[in-house]
Design a binder for this molecule. Structure first.
Ligand code: AMP
Ligand code: GLY
Length: 425
């Protein structure tokens, strides 16, 4: 199989690493990729917003299977573009069409879908400019904290949680008045869920599914879950509070009805479904769907898949996932993300990264890096993700923090407490 991975972050580096182990692989390309993927794949310098450029790259490199890392091309219809093109329509493509991608692209769509198919989620209503009055009344029926969500994609910033109703009202107005651009034309207001979060990943061909290893992500910039939200600062898999009983509930109450609901709604869905969940006293509730894998969760999840990921992806794209069996490594995986000082706000770029060659006991997944004059330099907020696989969380922590001390670049920052909250579960 000749494979193209679309994207350039830690998640795509992990895909490249996992797929490059497959005996089915004939050639691997990554668009645009990064210096990490360059070690395993041919990087193609194209703008992934330009679907015609993707088409040309696919044809030139005789690609047979395309895997899309980030959500944006899917929400913008890359899947539909492939299906409608005579030269591309017979190729294998892992990712939903524009309609299926609405599970992530529109919070209102996702909430209506969950309500229709009785999938447990926080109670909610959605409003636009014409219904501000009703929105204010609805806020009064809820208890603090108040959860407001811009309907559309807002670069991960569209969810705002407020402690008092005055601020909630103010936020509601500012969202509807364009704080997040068109993404905030509609605002979902929902009940606050108390619990502990985790991410469950499903690969589906629209009929059958595989449940991948679950993970917990550390979203805030600071130790002890303080400070601003980020794309994710670390991840652990498996998650100690997601035992067999809980995961059975997730499968029966969430995964099965989601896939059945998509089918009954006539939405042909191939690809990943990332279910962001809250465990509320042992009961799972969906916080959000994403139509892709998580980052950095992927960097902890894929090292725990012992079976052939490329075989699973190929089967999913062919509609033959029913014949696949996933084998999971029972060991503990943990991922630590290093960022550039200042992230998630303003940060510098172009700092030389030293010491990578000294890392021996971890997988290194490049995220925001690039090659410059023979050196690897920082090129983004999240710079590296390193993953350890060991017996338990404590041992993973020991490995990760010992190893990361060899890596140097100006302004390097990482959380010191990844996994610490889970030591006593
Ligand atoms: P999202 O962008 O949908 O992932 O939301 C960002 C974060 O807001 C989630 O990861 C949760 O931590 C939090 N969140 C979203 N919805 C709720 C809710 N209904 N109750 C509590 N926390 C929530
Ligand atoms: N780490 C969370 C996400 O990928 O959305």
């Amino acid at each position: 199989m000749r494979v193209l991975i679309i994207g350039s972050g830690g998640r795509e580096s992990a895909f490249a690493w996992s797929i490059s182990k497959s005996p089915m692989l004939e050639a691997l390309c990554c668009a645009p990729g990064n210096p990490g993927t360059a070690k395993l794949a041919k990087n193609l310098e194209i703008d992934i917003k330009d679907f015609n450029a993707i088409k040309q790259a696919v044809l030139e490199n005789r690609i047979g299977l395309v895997i899309v890392g980030p959500e944006e091309p899917l929400v913008n219809g890359l899947g539909d573009f492939f299906k409608q093109d005579d030269q591309l329509k017979n190729l294998l493509f892992v990712g939903p069409d524009r309609l299926g991608a609405q599970l992530e692209g529109s919070k209102e769509f996702a909430k209506n879908f969950m309500q229709k198919w009785s999938i447990p989620t926080a109670s909610y209503r959605s409003f636009d400019k014409s219904s501000v009055g009703e929105a204010e009344k609805f806020l009064e029926t809820l208890k603090a904290p108040y959860v407001l969500k811009a309907d559309g994609l807002a670069a991960g910033k569209g969810v705002v949680i407020l402690d008092n109703i005055e601020n909630a009202r103010r936020e509601l107005h500012s969202m509807l008045e364009g704080k997040f651009g068109k993404a905030g034309d509609k605002v979902v207001i929902e009940e606050y869920l108390h619990g502990i979060e985790l991410s469950v990943f499903v690969l589906t061909d629209g009929n059958d599914y595989l449940i991948l290893p679950e993970a917990k992500d550390y979203k805030r910039i600071g130790d002890g879950d303080t400070g601003l939200n980020t794309g994710g600062m670390g991840a652990v898999s498996p998650v100690p509070f997601a035992g067999e009983l809980f995961m059975k509930k997730v499968e029966e109450r969430i995964v099965k009805p989601t896939i059945e609901g998509l089918k009954r709604d006539g939405i042909k869905y191939t690809g990943f479904i990332f279910v962001g969940l809250m465990n509320c006293d042992g009961e799972p509730y969906v916080i959000e769907y994403n139509v892709r894998m998580g980052d950095p969760e992927t960097e902890a999840v894929l090292p725990r898949i012992e079976s052939d990921l490329l075989a699973h992806l190929t089967a999913a794209a062919r509609g033959e996932l029913g014949a696949e069996v996933i084998i999971k490594d029972k060991r503990q995986a943990m991922t630590l993300v290093t960022v550039s000082g200042g992230y998630p706000e303003e940060y510098g770029k172009g700092f030389t990264i030293d010491g990578l060659e000294e890392l021996k006991e971890v997988n290194i997944f490049h995220a925001g890096t690039k090659s410059l004059d023979g050196k690897t330099v920082t090129a983004g907020g999240r710079v590296l993700a390193i993953t350890a696989l060991s017996t338990d969380i404590e041992s993973c922590r020991n490995i990760l923090y010992r190893e990361i001390s060899s890596v140097k670049y100006d302004g390097i920052y990482y959380r010191k407490d990844i996994g610490l909250d889970l030591l006593n579960y």
